[in-house]
Design a protein around this ligand. Structure first.
Ligand SMILES: C[S@@+](CC[C@H](N)C(=O)[O-])C[C@H]1O[C@@H](n2cnc3c(N)ncnc32)[C@H](O)[C@@H]1O
Length: 246
């Protein structure tokens, strides 16, 4: 089973869900850039692609692609019904009714579907601190994809064994402070990092993705401690070029 329940308790419940988007708005430059590069990384997908959004939260993942790729359909899932409630409102406000389906639960709770052309999980897998369960999460996504499909994952990850780690964390916490996190919150964040989230180094994450049914991932973005990788499920047809249509 891949129903990892490693989230900090109380996370993504009603109040947190209602404030989630406003809370992180001051750091929008980081996620806007992530989404910009992500649109580029997925540009080779078909015009009528169906995208799986794992841990879709309040729908930022869908909004990142819906306008640029007007023929795409989205299936999102998330264990937090409260996040999904906010997501539904945002999707409808954005005029996306008919282009998305949402499911409450984990990936194993998804009903059978046709294989997806692409998948994203943004700021989700870093909550899975057990390496075996995290690899199972990646594997479960790979199992839902068609051959040649593309997968993007963005996660908090740092090499905490590197001597520069504490300095990097200082810079990151200074950035988060701009989103209103006070000194106590920052101290807690420092303690929780690696224990309650982001338990694996970037190299470990890459190895897990590759061992879970994908070709070698490419790190295509880094904003502070957030890194994003693109990986492709191996093709069944040799020489088919999925990355580029140009
Ligand atoms: C930080 S939010 C990110 C939401 C959205 N992807 C975004 O970028 O705005 C993390 C989301 O992942 C969900 N989540 C946590 N663990 C999960 C898991 N094992 N599988 C799927 N979703 C999970 C949470 O409920 C939450 O909505």
């Amino acid at each position: 089973m891949t129903n990892q329940q490693d989230m900090p308790s109380g996370a993504f419940k009603k109040e947190h869900a209602a404030n989630y988007d406003d809370r992180w708005k001051p750091l929008a430059a980081i996620t806007d850039a992530l989404h910009l590069f992500s649109r580029s990384a997925l540009t080779s997908l078909p015009d009528d692609a169906h995208i799986l959004c794992a841990g879709v939260g309040t729908g930022a993942d869908i909004l990142a692609f819906a306008e640029a790729y007007p023929g795409w359909q989205f299936t999102g899932f998330d264990p937090s019904e409260d996040m999904l409630d906010v997501c539904r409102d945002r999707m409808d406000e954005a005029g996306l009714a008919g282009r998305y389906t949402l499911h409450q639960g984990y990936i194993d709770d998804l009903p059978p579907t046709a294989p997806f052309d692409g998948a994203v999980s943004f700021l989700v897998s870093h909550f899975i601190t057990n390496a075996k369960k995290r690899a199972e999460f990646f594997r479960a996504i790979a199992d839902r994809l068609s051959p040649g499909a593309l997968y993007l994952t963005a996660d908090l990850a740092a090499d905490f064994n590197d001597p520069t780690f504490d300095d990097l964390m200082d810079i990151w916490l200074g950035t988060i402070a701009m989103a209103g996190m006070n000194a106590e919150g920052q101290a807690n964040y420092r303690k929780m990092f690696r224990k309650e989230f982001a338990a694996h180094t970037p190299v470990e994450v890459e190895k897990m993705i590759e061992a879970s049914g994908f070709n070698r991932p490419i790190q295509f973005y880094q904003g502070g401690l957030i890194r994003a990788w693109a990986a492709q499920k191996p093709e069944s047809e040799p020489n088919r070029r999925f990355w580029r249509r140009l």
